[in-house]
Design a binder for this molecule. Structure first.
Ligand code: BES
Ligand code: MN
Ligand code: ZN
Length: 491
């Protein structure tokens, strides 16, 4: 993919995409230049196109150019442009290109760089497809041709725009691989396979990876992770990724749930939608994407990404309800429900990373509870944190990237639900309510009182039914969010 920057002239673009907001001033600015080119009075054009979200209008200019107006609604932010272009491109990608222009000259000059990046990222996501298991060769889209080009029409520094575009295109490619990880079926996606993928990402992008297998895990005392995986022929793995730039002053620990398939175990799930549980490693996939992006962006922060990977299987050797297991922290856990496995593997990973690496800030990301989906639906992920500044920074990052977070409480009253007579803690609350909160309280118990820990429950966000797939597709939720947080609030 090539990128060019133009200010006054259009080059060979087959289509010029113009994001148009509903907001009056910006709408006029977007339409003004176009009105002259298509020889229509501005008022006529404005009457025809209000910039309403999801609206599209196709016009041919006197110069033969094809203009596509894309309604942005009132939410005029770069993450909105990502969405709008991703949708447009995913629907038109068989015919669109190979040279596409995006008009951004109506955007305030100071913001144009970010908008140009968002445009490229959105187009990059729009050409995504999962094709690794199709036996008929897929025809390449014109935008995938070696000569393909995105022309960015903006007034800011040309060279910097091209640099930004190149970087955002690479980030979109990294996101394709995050999607692939989630879409890969679990007969292929074992914990060992996930570890190989992390190693491949590390090779590509340039970060370090260390993988711990059964024997090492036993020596380390990762009893909870081992217990969750004990019913599966595919042994658990602990994947530790590290991005360690010389100039870093902050150390951030990230933990991502890596259940490669969640049957529920002996507390087996019902069959409907169980196939979607191949996505129970979406936190891990996001983490691998973040590590790769951190390397691409040369983020000056020391990152330690920990993925406890296991398959939660049904088997004679599997964990049973009522079993009491040990954990890395030394605390014992009564397993009331084997389907509450995520918190078990996260418990070991959290206390391990705190003890071994002493991160300044600690964030985990997990498809943890159906309860969180019932509370927030598919519009926001749940956020729990012991630290107000961290929580606020994450919320800001969520609003900026469109990967929204909603904070929930960690009051100790909820910890009462996890008390048991036979172990230090149990993995399921005694009341059939506040399930996402008690899960968070369970995790908190294993963070060794870390002063800056946050937990993101992305169960409702990892997959989404969109018009670019037949079934629910991976969203990569958390990658943009945490990258923005790292860049704006940590370094
Ligand atoms: N992976 C699931 C949570 C989940 C559910 C993610 C639906 C995405 C969509 C998790 O391991 C789980 O099974 N949670 C149980 C916990 C319960 C047994 C306490 C749940 O939410 O039902
Ligand atoms: Mn489960
Ligand atoms: Zn799970």
């Amino acid at each position: 993919m090539h990128f060019t920057h133009c200010y006054n002239s259009l080059q060979a673009a087959s289509e010029i995409l113009i994001p148009v907001p509903e907001l009056r001033d910006l709408r006029q600015a977007a339409l003004q230049r176009l009105a002259a080119e298509v020889a229509l009075p501005l008022a006529r054009l404005e009457a025809e196109f209000d910039g309403d979200a999801q609206r599209e209008l196709l016009l041919f200019g006197r110069d033969g150019h094809k203009y596509v107006l894309l309604g942005m609604g009132t939410d005029y932010q770069p993450h909105r442009l990502v969405r709008v272009l991703r949708h447009y491109v995913s629907r038109k990608r068989h015919t669109l290109g190979p040279v596409v222009a995006v008009e951004l000259r109506h955007v305030p000059t100071a913001d144009q760089m970010e908008w140009a990046g968002a445009a490229v990222y959105g187009i990059g996501l729009g050409i995504y497809r999962y094709e690794l298991l199709k036996t008929t060769p897929q025809q390449a889209f014109p935008l995938e041709a070696p000569t393909a080009c995105i022309e960015l029409l903006c007034a800011t520094n040309g060279e910097a725009v091209v640099d930004t575009a190149t970087r955002e295109w690479r980030l979109a490619q990294a996101m394709h691989r995050v999607f692939d990880l989630v879409h890969t079926p679990s007969n292929i996606k074992t914990p060992a396979w996930l570890a190989e993928q992390a190693a491949a990402a590390a090779q590509r992008a340039g970060f370090e990876v260390k993988v711990y297998e059964t024997q090492a895990l036993q020596q380390m005392g990762m009893h909870a992770l081992l217990a969750v995986g004990q019913g599966s022929p595919h042994a658990p793995h602990l994947i530790v990724m590290e991005h360690r730039p010389a100039q870093a002053t902050q150390k951030v620990g990230l933990v991502g749930k890596g259940i490669t398939f969640d049957t529920g175990g002996i507390s087996i799930k019902q069959a409907q939608n169980m196939h979607l549980m191949k996505s129970d490693m979406s936190g891990a996939a996001a983490l691998i994407g973040i590590m790769e992006a951190a390397a691409i962006l040369a983020l000056p922060v020391h990152l330690i990404g920990v993925v406890p990977a296991a398959e939660n299987a049904v088997d004679g050797k599997a964990l049973k309800p009522g079993d009491v297991i040990h954990s890395y922290s030394g605390k014992t856990i009564e397993v009331i429900d084997t389907d509450a496995e995520g918190r078990l593997v996260l418990a070991d990973a959290l206390s391990w990373v705190v003890r071994q690496h002493r991160p300044d800030q600690l964030v985990d990301i997990a498809t943890l509870t159906g309860s969180c989906i019932r509370a927030l639906g598919t519009e926001a992920a749940g956020l729990w944190s012991t630290n107000d500044a961290l929580a606020e920074a994450l919320i800001e990052a969520g609003n900026h990237t469109g990967e929204r977070l909603w904070r929930m409480p960690l009051w100790d009253d909820y910890f009462e639900y996890l008390k048991t007579d036979v172990a230090d803690i149990k993995n399921l609350g005694s009341k059939p309510m506040a399930g996402a909160i008690t899960a968070a309280k369970f995790l908190e118990y294993f963070t060794e009182d870390h002063p800056a820990w946050a937990h993101l429950d992305i169960a409702g966000m990892a997959l989404k039914q969109d018009d670019f797939g037949h079934d629910r597709m991976a969203t990569g939720f958390g990658v943009r969010l945490l990258l923005h947080w790292l860049r704006q609030h940590v370094v």
